[in-house]
Design a protein around this ligand. Structure first.
Ligand SMILES: NC(=O)c1ccc[n+]([C@@H]2O[C@H](COP(=O)([O-])OP(=O)(O)OC[C@H]3O[C@@H](n4cnc5c(N)ncnc54)[C@H](O)[C@@H]3O)[C@@H](O)[C@H]2O)c1
Length: 461
């Protein structure tokens, strides 16, 4: 049986459509929204916890926190600055606390279980990306959503990023004619990229490979920009830098005998926040935040190339590199009447040079961009047989190109300055963003193109 969630139903029945009809986001009428978080790691604590409690306390009330690690849970409550009850068992939390909205911000491979538990209780659920890490989990979420009165919203915040929203707006204006293909290359630097291989993200079982964990953001942007469903995916990938690809290895950086010789040595002790969130609570679950990125257990790809064909004929060439000297991207849209392109972070093109080791911290920082006046994003458009034109936009690095705050404004205040851009991702967007990565992973494993329609019963248009 095909899932009955079509694009039109989705827009009409979820937050995007409801906002257009004047619905006030998720905010409870006449009171504060009763929010519970499951998963109090860095994302749960920093953005969904501290940031919301600091900036949205007039519309959001934290009524419960849950994490399987009791030490991290106790720290998170102190750090967020709330007095709500805490739970290590999510069912106990859901059955004993009156909750309006459940925020899921756990390890990726557990999202589906927690989303389904929330939807079965008819709660609204906001899940962090990726919605799920494989097609069976995705199907379970589609099935639960069909039976639930609760809504599912997905934290695909890149859509709200200023540069990405501006591209959506300019594509809609058809300045390059009909869109025909996209070249999209994303570069993770040797600090941020390497960090994935130190953590659970380096193990396929937990993060579904970076094609799902990381690229879900990029595939969602592509799906959104193109405005059509992905049909078929053919990909290549391999692991040839991290993992077993090194002459020496240890267990973790902190006490490694190779610390002086390893270019990737990372001193967890230099970051008190990381010590308080992770190292202090290792005894409870054995999770090591600074695990060796040369460990043999690593089984995700570190270079990936993906070809995607869309229902409207658009073709995409995408790549993800995880050991680049700089962090950034290059992006080009080809149309029948010309080309539009942009880039970020390429040092040779930038007037201001950044310390590559701290770039990621700035992106995660919700407080603002201290160097905004020094930098800009540039969109270059060139129509065929005509000279090129530049548009310069203020550069916003804080909180994912400013997207985190705009997403929270939409979710909790029902506020959007561009409701026409359809920026809030829901069930269908969450599913399609992971299905492209899941198809790419299978394509690499099986050496053949994979059709999106063969993965779940989601009806494609
Ligand atoms: N949208 C974004 O830009 C963005 C940015 C960072 C992280 N994320 C997402 O947020 C999620 C969390 O990432 P993180 O970096 O904070 O990871 P993390 O490992 O620091 O935190 C995950 C937490 O979940 C807990 N947990 C795991 N399984 C659980 C379960 N079944 N029940 C309760 N708690 C459980 C762990 O103990 C841990 O505290 C991930 O899905 C990640 O993809 C999104």
């Amino acid at each position: 049986m095909k899932s009955n969630v079509t694009r039109r139903d989705f827009v009409a029945g979820t937050a995007a459509g409801l906002l257009l009809a004047g619905h006030p986001g998720l905010a409870a009428e006449g009171g504060r929204l009763r929010v519970a978080i499951v998963g109090t790691g860095i994302r749960g604590v920093s953005f969904w916890g501290e940031f919301l409690n600091r900036e949205y306390a007039d519309v959001v009330e934290f009524v419960a926190l849950c994490d399987t690690n009791p030490g991290r849970l106790a720290y998170s409550r102190r750090s967020i600055g709330v007095n709500c009850p805490t739970f290590t068992d999510v069912d106990e939390m859901l059955d004993t606390v009156g909750i309006d909205t459940l925020v899921v911000t756990t390890t990726d491979s557990t999202h589906h279980t927690l989303i389904v538990k929330g939807l079965e209780r008819h709660l609204d659920v906001i899940t962090e990306k990726p919605m799920t890490t494989d097609e069976r989990q995705c199907q379970a979420v589609l099935d639960a959503a069909r039976e639930s009165r609760g809504r599912l919203l997905v934290g695909l915040n890149y859509r709200y990023g200023k540069i990405f929203a501006r591209l959506k707006e300019r594509l809609a204006a058809r300045e390059i004619g009909k869109l025909t293909s996209i070249d999209f290359n994303w570069y993770l630097n040797v600090h941020h990229g390497a960090s994935y291989f130190r953590r659970w993200h380096g193990i396929r079982e937990y993060g579904g490979t970076l094609l799902v964990h990381k690229s879900a953001h990029h595939f969602d942007l592509l799906n959104w920009w193109i405005g059509a469903d992905p049909v078929e995916v053919h990909a290549y990938g391999s692991l040839e830098h991290y993992g077993a690809n090194n002459a020496f290895r240890g267990k973790r950086c902190m006490d490694c005998e190779h610390a002086a010789d390893c270019a990737y040595f990372w001193d967890l002790r230099g970051n008190q926040r990381m010590m308080d969130l992770y190292h202090s609570h290792e005894a409870h679950d054995g999770y090591i935040r600074d695990a060796c990125l040369w460990r043999e257990a690593i089984d995700v790809y570190d270079k990936m190339a993906v070809q995607i064909r869309y229902a409207n004929g658009v073709q995409v060439s995408y790549s993800l590199t995880t050991y680049s000297p700089y962090e950034g991207f290059r992006l080009g849209f080809n149309g029948t009447d010309g080309r539009m392109e942009t880039w970020e972070g390429v040092p040779s093109l930038m007037a201001v040079q950044h310390d590559q080791a701290t770039l990621h911290d700035k992106e995660m920082d919700q407080h603002g961009n201290r160097h905004a006046e020094l930098e800009y994003h540039e969109i270059v458009t060139q129509r065929n047989f005509a000279p090129f034109e530049r548009e310069r936009l203020p550069y916003v690095r804080a909180g994912h190109w400013g997207g985190d705050r705009l997403m929270a404004d939409y979710l909790f205040r029902g506020r959007s300055d561009r409701p026409d851009l359809d920026q809030q991702a829901g069930l269908r967007d969450g599913a399609l963003s992971v299905l492209v990565g899941i198809a790419a992973r299978r394509s690499i494993d099986e050496g053949r193109p994979v059709r999106i329609a063969d993965l779940t019963n989601l009806e494609l248009t």
